[in-house]
Design a protein around this ligand. Sequence first.
Ligand SMILES: Cc1cc2nc3c(=O)[nH]c(=O)nc-3n(C[C@H](O)[C@H](O)[C@H](O)COP(=O)(O)OP(=O)(O)OC[C@H]3O[C@@H](n4cnc5c(N)ncnc54)[C@H](O)[C@@H]3O)c2cc1C
Ligand code: SF4
Length: 532
Amino acid sequence: MNEKVDVLIIGAGASGAAMAWSLADTRMRILCLDQGDWQNTSDFPSNGRDWEARLTEDFALSPNRRRLSADYPVNDDDSPIKISNFNGVGGGTILYAGHYPRLHPSDFRVRSLDGVADDWPIDYETLEPFFALNDRMMGVASLAGDPAYPEKDQVMGPIPLGRTGQVLGKALNDLGWHWWPSDAAIATREYEGRAPCINLGQCGSGCAQGAKGTTDLTYWPEAQRARVEIRPRCRVSRIETGPDGMATGAHYFDADGKEHFQPAEIVILACNGIGTPRLLLNSASGRFPNGLANSSGLVGRNLMLHPYAQIRGHFDQPMDGHRGSPICIWSHEFYETEAARGFVRGYCYQFSRGMGPVRTATTGMADGLLPWGEDHHDAFRRLFGHSAGMLAICEDLPEEHNRVTLDPDLKDANGIPAPKISYRLSENSRLMLDHSVERGVKILKAAGARDITTRAPLPYAGWHLMGTARMGTDPERSVVNEWGRSHDVKNLFIVDGSVFVTSGGVNPTSTIQAVALYVADQIKTRLYELFD
Ligand SMILES: Cc1cc2nc3c(=O)[nH]c(=O)nc-3n(C[C@H](O)[C@H](O)[C@H](O)COP(=O)(O)OP(=O)(O)OC[C@H]3O[C@@H](n4cnc5c(N)ncnc54)[C@H](O)[C@@H]3O)c2cc1C
Ligand code: SF4
């Protein structure tokens, strides 16, 4: 049997890394298990000419398509939005765009402000020091002074606007709508051993330059120097509990399929909004028949995915093409509730550069903009390097019927039941998507774009996984308390996107990591009364 550790963290992604690094200064014995491996940057697609082909193969967004040994299948047939993730040291940060907004202060109080969903048990001010700490650890590029947010420090200068930012920013100025250079977890100068961004434009399939803030490069090396151990290629099948109802450790399969038990004093889940409920439901026992930490019945419920709209156009003048970090500016003009719009809460726009040659061709054909025959090459030249657009990220309100359960038949390579997603788009989200498409088209027209195409919801965009083990003070209405400890199992903590009470209308990773650092801080502060 493995030697007992003080803290067992499951999941080495965005939140697990932040938690491990923060707890390291307690000098407790900390071990992190992840089903995936370390990444070798020289294997990333941007090193080869077949980089776009690999985005549909070993670097596909969907684990069902990728099917690497680190992946588990997800049955998402019953959802218009399909699940994207990455399993390995770094988790989703390996594939993310590094677009790095924080939730707004209003996001923590939507019940009070708008009478929907619930307020969080914590607020923006509580998280503020952890946002700031996390920005320094991840190396966030930004421009101070964005009126959409309370004042925040700038760690380094922003990513370049490029032609896309300039053209679309001017259109937003003409319309009188908010825009600002995006916060991005991308180094714009040498930073803590990371090389600066050289605009390879491959953030979505791993940054070979090492400029993007992925946790295998940011938190993990420091955590390892402080003696935290990572054991990759170890897939946890269930959390074990003892006769007193406390967690005793976890069962896992190693890379050879051999089963082990890892005993621990404290167990921390950081497996994301799907992996965490899956593990809790797979840990059902006589004492916890509906799954671990699930006396509320809310484990797996309230799944929020952020429905996305995509609005793209083409310009006569050359734009940035696919070079440069994909997102350059954002607009939070339509973020807060305005009754006249007919829906509650709102969305932000992230403005994006162009696509590579293969995607230009495939989407051009799908959109009817690229014919076969004589005109083919001319039409391609009018599209390639001439496109820009935006994604609208719509706030997804929590609804209990949107959920993760265990699929009765589907299993991963170790025979562990796989998750099944049941998700319906709400009327509120539909209206919000329509609004964002209509306003997005207006922005592109104001910028002088032609051949505008729209998609909503974007099908393969289920990459923000939130809400399935929510935080709260009432054990009947939440899974963990206001500092991340399970109401039912007093030495079990959850720190990934599962604990989100609401989703906000921005990408979640900055907030996920700030919450993880905050929970770590609470654990350290309460160490001598942790299980009371
Ligand atoms: C294509 C893409 C683009 C994105 N772009 C952005 C963006 O621009 N901005 C942004 O804020 N967010 C973005 N995201 C989302 C971001 O990646 C996630 O919000 C973030 O990684 C979630 O952090 P987490 O700690 O909750 O989980 P993850 O980072 O997903 O980490 C979970 C880890 O747990 C491991 N794990 C799960 N189950 C088990 C098990 N049973 N045993 C062992 N290990 C297990 C997994 O292998 C994984 O490494 C993007 C995601 C994708 C896929
Ligand atoms: S654009 Fe910058 S951050 Fe993105 S992959 Fe290229 S070098 Fe890395």
